[in-house]
Design a protein around this ligand. Structure first.
Ligand code: HEM
Length: 423
């Protein structure tokens, strides 16, 4: 298919690639927009990198979310999916199923996880955000205040937020913090610890759902138990799988939105100053377009979750065989010059910005309103309360996590003028 003079595909999934995958994605978009490659796990999959193909693939019902359609799963290799979900009986969640089951479950969860519930949660998100910044500012320091924004800010905010929303009692939330920490640290590496954490979460959630059934409250788990559609309810196992996927899908993604987003702002001082000025003048419109742009520019979900061809099909001119896995590279699609003007430029006021950072079609992110709320609160509060925040490491020394689906920094060391030195 390629011309003879086309250079070979750049190396993918190396450390160098993880720190800046965008040049390799530009190459793929141009020379091999639907490209078969071997993933680090040994599974072979198609990578889809152009915006138009990506959008089409995300909405294509011939691409199933159910791993039973994977040709390798059929042979018992079982290398795709969330570590531990099989053994913990969590497979029946939204990201693993197709219509009509998906339609039924999504309708039920949408009755409980409403935009209104999210809007009512805004004061709590602001309170959590301020508490985390208070803790950073209250640390003893000599000359300069220092923090690792991933560990001290981006990581705890989403886990406490979603635990609160679900109705996990405060005294148990640090357990979730530990389990989630295990998942985020080892997501792309050894699976034993992750699988154990997933099992513990599953057991905890099953017990919590059982207890709440006896004593319903105003929290989201009670909402999931109450939700009904034409007399149908979630079974206990479905409710546990739903609570789990809300935690799983809503946690590392939001950590990375805050981490990648803050990092991008620190690397673009003129855009950051613009946003700081707008916020100081009480104008929040740039915050809203800005967080969308941060998602497009360096979004948390690099590759959408697995899809499998249920029949032979053609995508972007490439023949894909039944049973083949297809990975839609959202990060590549969102930098496609065919769709976005100056795609490699960060422009917080970008208006024509229908990015794919939250996916597209029936699996479009259910938690987008919560993610926007947390992302906007986190970025605005950081810039307001630590106004001279700066990067305390050379960009080339920062390490990116090597997972397949997510893109995020391991640490984000920063400096700022401490409280005692502020005017
Ligand atoms: C689905 C991104 C935050 C819950 C998705 C998908 C993407 C995405 C790309 C579609 C995956 C696919 O089609 O393969 C993000 C990003 C977030 C974020 C970038 C943060 C910035 C959240 C939060 C929650 C959440 C906070 C909930 C608390 C979900 C769920 C699905 C989903 C349940 C599955 C929906 C379905 O299959 O019908 N998300 N997400 N997400 N997200 Fe998010």
């Amino acid at each position: 298919m390629h011309e003879n003079h086309t250079p070979p595909a750049p190396p993918l999934f190396t450390w160098e690639f993880a720190s800046d995958p965008y040049p390799a994605y530009a190459w793929l978009r141009e020379h091999a927009p639907v490209h078969r490659t071997e993933l680090p796990s040994g599974v072979e999959a198609w990578l889809v990198t152009r915006y138009a193909d990506a959008r089409q693939a995300l909405a294509d019902q011939r691409l199933s979310k159910n791993p039973v359609h994977h040709s390798e799963t059929a042979h018992g290799k079982g290398k795709v999916g969330i570590p531990g979900e099989r053994s913990a009986n969590l497979m029946t969640h939204l990201l693993n199923i197709d219509p009509p089951d998906h339609t039924r479950l999504r309708r039920l969860v949408s009755k409980a996880f409403t935009p209104r519930r999210v809007a009512e949660f805004a004061p709590r998100v602001q309170e959590l955000t301020d508490q985390l910044i208070d803790a950073i500012l209250d640390k003893p320091c000599v000359e300069k205040g220092e923090a690792d924004l991933i560990h001290e800010f981006a990581f705890p905010l989403p886990i406490y937020a979603i635990c609160d929303m679900l109705g996990v009692p405060r005294e148990d939330q640090d357990d979730f913090r530990d389990w989630a920490g295990m998942m985020i640290r080892h997501g792309g590496g050894p699976r034993g610890g992750v699988a154990r954490s997933v099992k513990k979460m599953r057991t905890y959630l099953a017990e919590l759902i059982h207890r709440k059934r006896e004593d319903l409250g105003e929290d989201l788990i009670s909402g999931l138990i109450r939700a009904s559609d034409h007399g149908e309810h979630l079974t206990e196992n479905e409710a546990a799988a739903m609570a789990f996927i809300l935690l799983f899908a809503g946690f590392e993604t939001t950590v990375n939105l805050i981490g990648n987003g803050t990092y991008a702002l620190l690397r673009h001082p003129e855009q950051r100053a613009r946003l700081q000025r707008a916020l100081a003048e009480g104008d929040e419109s740039l915050l809203a377009t800005g967080v969308e742009e941060l998602l497009r520019y360096d979004g948390p979900v690099e590759l959408a979750t697995w899809r499998f061809a249920t029949q032979d099909l053609v995508l972007g001119g490439q023949r894909i065989a039944e049973g083949d896995p297809v990975l839609v590279v959202l990060a590549a699609a969102d930098r496609d010059p065919e769709r976005f003007a100056d795609p490699d430029t960060l422009d917080l006021s970008r208006r024509d910005n229908q990015h794919l950072g939250y996916g597209h079609g029936i699996h479009y992110c259910l938690g987008a309103p919560l993610a926007r709320l947390e992302g906007q609160a986190a970025i605005a509060t950081l810039l307001r309360r630590l106004p001279d925040l700066s990067l305390a490491a050379e960009p080339e020394d920062l390490r990116w996590r090597g997972g397949l689906i997510m893109r995020g920094l391991r640490t984000l060391p920063v400096e700022f003028t401490p409280k005692s030195h502020a005017l």
